[in-house]
Design a protein around this ligand. Structure first.
Ligand code: FES
Length: 109
């Protein structure tokens, strides 16, 4: 699977294994730790790979439906809008634009 990450008019190409539904892949681009996630319906999301509750990546978080669950304390976030579900005191996920064009995932930082 090919990903193109764009930032300030520059591009980085990243090759990863194909994403299955309800899985994620961690990538580094433009000095950012990113998580690319495919939800149950096949929608692609790009988020900062960081749980806003505490210092923890979401790399091994459980993806279900269109949500991701942090493995450290169980906070659940919507991949659609980044909101923490059920605990407003935990901040939101930082999301980036992600689209699929001719089979290539385009992420804009
Ligand atoms: S670090 Fe993610 S829920 Fe606590």
């Amino acid at each position: 699977m090919q990903l193109v990450i764009e930032s300030d008019g520059k591009r980085e190409l990243v090759e990863t294994p194909e994403l299955k539904a309800e899985t994620s892949v961690q990538i580094d681009a433009f000095r950012k730790d990113l998580l690319v996630v495919k939800d149950a319906s096949g929608e692609i999301y790009a988020i900062e790979n960081y749980c806003p509750h505490a210092i923890q990546t979401l790399t091994d978080g459980e993806v279900f439906g269109s949500m991701i669950k942090c493995k450290k304390h169980g906070a659940v976030f919507s991949l659609v809008d980044g909101r923490c579900i059920g605990n407003e005191r935990i901040g939101n996920l930082k999301k980036y634009s992600a689209s699929v064009i001719d089979g290539t995932i385009i992420i804009r930082l």
